[in-house]
Design a protein around this ligand. Structure first.
Ligand SMILES: Nc1ncnc2c1ncn2[C@@H]1O[C@H](COP(=O)(O)OP(=O)(O)O)[C@@H](O)[C@H]1O
Ligand SMILES: [Mg+2]
Length: 257
């Protein structure tokens, strides 16, 4: 049994729920007593912002320094029972600085994480990635054991799955053990049309988790108050959906880890 499981939230489609589910699943894992580190690898820094941390606060060593200048492991922020390594706009530069698909740069995040993995500081490291197929995603998948693919029931999210699978197969050249832990249904619509589209797209896919239903008001408000769903509405159905998804994910992990 490995000490720490590193999980990337991956889809090149924007708006499918990567950041929301990384935040909320991370929070619930923390509430279950697991030691959780969230890493925001998206230069847009939504995860950082939504947890109430200022992305432009560069008072401590940044992830950028660690990745590009071989700096020490960044000091995490403690928020809602989680540790967070924030992002900032400077992370956008890693695309240019760690160029191409060369092995020279692909292992940078894995190297940054090695001390905390060796020390067994965390049970789970969850990595939120930008909606691209670029370098941040590559270094994240290289450093990860598992992938969670958020699949939005909105059309764009459903059509992205095929490409995501192709890319995971490609990235396995660098990290052969990379496992797709789950397809997490997010933003499930209420119409019969969206239900039929979702069923067609998900047919035959393994390890489905969720669904998390579409609830625009709650998700918007969580961003305003900078809290995970589980903090903002602890007794609501939205949280219960996330908790159920976490239970399914832990079940899949018990099989693969
Ligand atoms: N279950 C949901 N219901 C309604 N809105 C949601 C839900 N999950 C996420 N959202 C909203 O959809 C937008 C995109 O979600 P986000 O997590 O940022 O996706 P990604 O990180 O894949 O781009 C955000 O504004 C978020 O608040
Ligand atoms: Mg995002």
């Amino acid at each position: 049994m490995r000490k720490t499981t590193v999980i990337t939230f991956f889809s090149h489609a924007g708006g499918v729920g990567k950041t929301s589910s990384c935040r909320d699943i991370g929070y619930e894992l923390g509430q279950l007593g697991h030691r959780v580190l969230l890493i925001d690898l998206d230069p847009q820094a939504n995860l950082t912002d939504w947890l109430g941390v200022d992305p432009e606060d560069v008072s401590t060593v940044t992830l950028f320094d660690a990745l590009v200048h071989h700096g020490p492991f960044p000091t995490p922020h403690h928020v809602h029972g989680l540790d967070l390594i924030p992002s900032g706009l400077e992370l956008a530069k890693i695309e240019a600085l760690l160029t191409g698909m060369d092995l020279g740069g692909v292992d940078r995040l894995k190297k940054v994480l090695r001390p905390v993995l060796d020390a067994g500081t965390y049970d789970y490291v969850l990595i939120d990635t930008p909606p691209t197929l670029g370098k941040p995603v590559l270094i994240s998948l290289f450093a990860s054991h598992e992938v969670i693919i958020p699949v939005s029931s909105r059309n764009k999210g459903l059509t992205a799955v095929k490409t995501v699978h192709e890319m995971v197969r490609t990235y396995r050249e660098y990290n052969p053990a990379l496992n797709i832990l789950s397809h997490l249904i997010t933003q499930r619509g209420t119409t019969s049309h969206s239900k039929a589209a979702e069923e067609a797209a998900m047919a035959g896919l393994p390890n489905i988790s969720g669904p998390i239903k579409t609830r625009p008001a709650i998700y918007d408000e969580c961003q305003v108050v900078k809290q995970p769903v589980g903090v903002y509405a602890p007794k609501g159905e939205a949280r219960a959906e996330v908790q159920a998804a976490v239970g399914q994910l832990l079940g899949y992990l018990a099989v693969t880890a």
